[in-house]
Design a protein. Structure first.
Length: 290
């Protein structure tokens, strides 16, 4: 099923949560000089116009990045994320929104590498064009990121952030997330894996985060943002979540500050809320090899 186009949803509340966390994970990896890889299994088109085309049709960004754009009271992590979005808008007018690969490109250093996968033929072509000038350090493939992940792990540097962000239009995506993570953790146990998921009425969506908790990993962090009550019709996304395996120990404290702020700013009704939880299998919360 290749009907999903992320451009319709660019800059919405789910992108805010996902990219806020992505930026913090990349900042953590950049604290050491040793190179690392950024692997994106469902990279999309890389960048999206907000003032025309698909994104302008639903204008979901108006309930996401737009609500943060002019704030002067942003917590530090949110201010960092918003500043990066503004950096790709030369006149500081909100016309473009970066996808996950573009956030990574703006942060990664010369020694780091990007490996990007996108199966949708139209988005894959745009992604190739957006990164064509970056040379060998960025590789873009029109391929199934789930299937391609196995061959990349472990990366030569033994340091990586793997972002798994499928559209979940196909119910098999939920099963494939668990399978890909299980295989990835066997091959590269100390990697940082970040999984985005939608909050939907669909039973597979409700079960996913409990299945993720059962994977064999030393530590995980789970954060979810609900911006409104579930629709009585049973359709539509009322929020989203991120599961991070082998998270930096600082991420939980950052999100303790950020999540109440996001609930206040992005709430669409009085039922807006957040979840923040973590698990550590031992007292040492660092990440060996990271």
């Amino acid at each position: 099923m290749l009907s999903y186009r992320h451009a319709f949803h660019a800059g919405n509340h789910a992108d805010v949560l996902k990219h806020l966390i992505e930026v913090q994970l990349l900042r953590h990896l950049m604290q050491k000089d040793k190179p690392f890889w950024y692997i994106d299994t469902h990279a999309g088109a890389g960048c999206y116009a907000l003032d025309r085309g698909f994104a302008a049709q639903n204008a979901e960004y108006e309930n996401g990045i737009s609500r943060l754009w002019d704030r002067d009271d942003l917590p530090d992590a949110l201010a960092d994320y918003v500043s990066l979005v503004k950096d790709i808008n030369p006149d500081k007018q909100m016309k473009l929104y970066p996808g996950s690969p573009l956030f990574a490109l703006h942060l990664l250093r010369e020694q780091d590498r990007l490996r990007l996968f996108e199966l949708h033929p139209a988005d894959s072509e745009i992604l190739q064009q957006n990164f064509a000038a970056e040379g060998a350090r960025v590789q873009v493939q029109s391929a199934d990121g789930f299937g391609a992940l196995k061959a990349l792990l472990p990366p030569p540097s033994r340091r990586a952030l793997v972002l798994i962000d499928p559209p979940y239009e196909d119910k098999q995506d939920y099963r494939r997330v668990i399978s890909a993570l299980g295989e990835g953790l066997k091959r590269f146990a100390n990697g940082i894996y970040a999984v985005w998921y939608p909050q939907l009425q669909r039973i597979e969506a409700k079960q996913l985060h409990e299945q993720l908790k059962r994977l064999p990993v030393k530590s995980w962090l789970h954060v979810a943002l609900s911006v409104q009550a579930p629709d009585k019709s049973g359709f539509g996304m009322h929020g989203s979540g991120m599961f991070v395996f082998n998270p930096p120990w600082t991420l939980y404290g950052i999100l303790q500050e950020v999540m109440p702020y996001l609930v206040r700013q992005l709430a669409q009704d009085a039922q807006a809320s957040f979840i923040l939880e973590k698990h550590e299998s031992n007292s040492h919360s660092g990440n060996p090899g990271q």
